[in-house]
Design a protein. Structure first.
Length: 132
């Protein structure tokens, strides 16, 4: 049996290994952060740490640290209004990061996997052509 050597992740997925992507994955790896992000997605005008703390069974200071991690990952924005800080989902940044991730995965995928019927890659061109 012949063993083939696959290139390391650096060779095919450099875009996935950027510091920004790693911060995003790290930020989304915690269920409380995902809950906070989901809660912010439903708040048109953003929310304060106190308002957001009701979604997670954790201390207020921990909510603040989770929001800082989401902010550092570029997923939320913080706006100061006097002494109060309002956090908002940066939907455009999240969508751009996810598009970049999808493009990197598609680019690094073998051609046969991208065009295999029933896979997301097989429908990517149709999806783009429809303007989505």
């Amino acid at each position: 049996m012949t063993q083939t050597c696959n290139p390391g992740p650096e060779a095919c997925c450099a875009e996935l290994l950027t510091a920004a992507s790693l911060r995003m994955f790290r930020a989304l790896s915690d269920p409380n952060r995902v809950s906070l992000l989901a809660r912010l997605a439903g708040c048109r005008e953003g929310a304060t740490v106190t308002e957001l703390s009701s979604c997670c069974p954790i201390d207020l200071s921990v909510v603040s640290r989770h929001l800082a991690a989401l902010r550092d990952a570029g997923l939320v924005r913080a706006e100061r209004h006097g002494r109060q800080v309002t956090y908002l989902l940066d939907a455009a940044a999240v969508a751009a990061r996810l598009r970049q991730l999808a493009d990197a995965l598609e680019t690094g995928a073998p051609e046969r996997a991208r065009n295999r019927p029933g896979t997301a890659g097989a429908h990517a061109e149709e999806y783009r052509d429809e303007g989505r």
